[in-house]
Design a protein around this ligand. Structure first.
Ligand SMILES: Cc1ncc(COP(=O)(O)O)c(C=O)c1O
Length: 347
């Protein structure tokens, strides 16, 4: 039985073209700035994001922390949405290693934080207060169901934050899902943010890596922050080569993941006992709950033995993510298996 793994788009494997590029990669010592493949990837991504420079990092988590360390000083306060990946799933690193307070404001169901909340939360200068120096956005928004921030909203947030003296950082781990959903170039979504990071190893299927982008001075300082985090890599062209192929070949096909996510959501909506958390499916993430008469633990176990893996943490909701290793017929098969588990639990 083929296991249909919908836990995350991070489970995707490098494609044959990536493996070939890895084999053929020209390399050098990147800590000396001498890896031609890393340099090519950094230039390529900086241009795509409309920024002066980019820095190759090991992961989205490392990019996020590098950005925080570079934008802030010990004791500062940063504003994040209360559903932000940086808050939930990064081991409290901004506080633990950056010495910053993460002040939360609510994310609405579209992954937005309101301008009023932002304005109210930014501290005035006062001897009692830490300084608020950074605002973080996330696009697409993971815990808010792969929701997309529009360029207009992003611009408005940036305008307000900048007026109040803050920098804006965009966690764009899945920014290409937003790009494909909106049909606009990435640089339009990043035009006014001070820095942005994207991931190569999620829907784009590369084995490792993320890039942090910003102006030259920011990236120069970020390079040092990354070094402090142990992220100065040597012949990293080996992995950067796969990243270049990912950007050249895997972006447009994300549309297929989005259509599979809709197919999955439509099917789930017709299964008795399953309730989607939202009506629209903006990108590749589908979240759902169970009706109260069904046990989440039994459902989860039933799926695992039935050959379907989904994400389940902290009592729900369940999360299913589409990616290039599941086809539309896999989605149909997953729906058949999920429906069978629900029927069994209803008996
Ligand atoms: C929005 C977002 N940011 C950052 C990360 C962290 O990326 P990584 O797992 O590469 O550290 C993730 C991971 O899923 C994510 O969804």
């Amino acid at each position: 039985m083929k296991v249909i793994d919908l836990r995350s788009d991070t489970i995707t494997h490098p494609t044959p073209a990536m493996r070939k590029a890895i084999f053929d990669a020209e390399v050098g010592d990147d800590v000396y700035g001498e890896d031609p493949t890393v340099n090519r990837l950094e230039e390529m991504v900086a241009e795509m994001m409309g920024k002066e420079a980019a820095l190759f990092t090991t992961s989205g988590t490392q990019s996020n922390l590098t950005a925080v360390l570079t934008h802030t000083k010990h004791g500062d306060e940063i504003i994040v949405g209360d559903q932000a990946h940086m808050l939930w799933y990064e081991v409290g690193s901004a506080a633990a290693l950056g010495g910053v307070i993460m002040r939360t404001v609510p994310n609405n169901s579209h992954g937005r934080i309101s301008l009023d909340d932002i304005n109210r939360t930014i501290r005035n200068k006062d001897i009692h207060y830490p300084e608020t120096t950074l605002l973080c956005l996330e696009n697409t928004h993971n815990r808010c169901g792969g929701t997309v921030l529009t360029p207009d909203y992003t611009d408005e947030v940036c305008e307000l934050a900048h007026k109040r003296g803050l920098k804006v950082y965009l966690d764009g781990a899945r920014i290409f899902n937003a790009v494909v959903a909106l049909g606009i170039p990435a640089c339009r979504l990043t035009q006014n943010v001070d820095s942005v990071a994207l991931c190569l190893s999620k829907g784009l299927s590369a084995p490792v890596g993320s890039l942090l982008c910003g102006n030259k001075d920011f990236i120069k300082r970020a390079r040092k922050s990354r070094k402090m985090l142990g992220g100065g890599m040597r012949q990293a062209g080996i992995v950067a080569a796969a990243g270049i192929v990912a950007l050249e070949t895997m972006v447009d096909r994300l549309a297929e993941d989005h259509s599979n996510a809709k197919r999955l959501a439509d099917g789930l909506a017709s299964i008795e006992g399953i309730k989607l958390t939202r009506d629209d499916i903006p990108t590749n993430i589908v979240m759902f709950d169970l009706s109260p008469e069904l046990s989440a633990a039994e459902f989860f176990e039933g799926l695992e033995t039935g050959g379907v893996k989904v994400g389940f943490r902290d009592g729900g909701p369940f999360r299913a993510v589409t990616h290039c290793m599941v086809s539309s017929s896999d989605i149909d098969e997953a729906l058949t298996r999920i429906a069978a588990v629900c029927r069994r639990l209803h008996r």
